[in-house]
Design a protein around this ligand. Structure first.
Ligand code: BEZ
Length: 177
């Protein structure tokens, strides 16, 4: 779907490795804003219900990582995965998958997801508020293409996955080139 909507301005709280930090856990907080991620870049953003969940960990995130170079050939500068999880969880997830290319964005409070209109209840799974699954092509902070899974709803019994898959997003990018 073609759209022209600006992404919300949000400050994300990330944890970055810093060898100058003493002790066994050399990380510090670093604030990164929407502008840091989106200004002056043509990127793919995708969002999912949670770190470490099966479809996200087995297919969606690893497949975006595998296809990263193909996206680059289509003029994509970065691929971001955002989830309503805190920075500790997102870092641990990235480490567990040995991610090198896709960047993880922790939206722990759900502010970005809420302002994107994508926050849903997942209390049926004991998750609380999480993101509906979607992907987007975002150019200089403006959403240009939108890939949202069908059936946006609270406490959805199913977990639709197809439209926001890397294979589908890449195919649509190639078709539009
Ligand atoms: C999955 O990615 O498979 C998943 C996501 C949310 C809830 C349950 C499973």
């Amino acid at each position: 779907m073609t759209v022209q909507k600006k992404v919300p301005f949000v400050t994300f709280l990330t944890r970055v490795r810093d060898e100058s930090v003493q002790g066994p856990n050399p990380y510090r907080w670093e604030e990164r804003t929407s502008d840091d991620y989106f200004a002056g870049k043509r990127v793919i953003l995708f969002s999912l219900p949670g770190a470490f969940t099966p479809t996200c960990s087995t297919y969606q995130l690893p497949n975006f990582e595998e296809l990263y170079d193909e996206f680059e050939k289509q003029g994509i500068d970065a691929i971001y995965c955002v989830s309503v999880n805190d920075a500790f969880v997102m870092n641990a997830w990235g480490k567990s998958l040995a991610l090198q290319k896709v960047e993880l964005i922790p939206d722990g409070s759900g502010e970005f997801t809420r302002k994107m209109g994508m926050l849903v209840a997942k209390d049926n799974l004991g998750f609380g508020m999480r993101s509906w699954r979607y992907a987007a092509l975002i150019n200089n902070g403006v959403v240009e293409q939108w890939f949202e899974e069908e059936g946006f709803s609270d406490n959805c019994e199913t977990d639709p996955y197809g439209v926001s898959s890397p294979q589908n997003v890449l195919e649509k990018l190639k078709a539009a080139a």
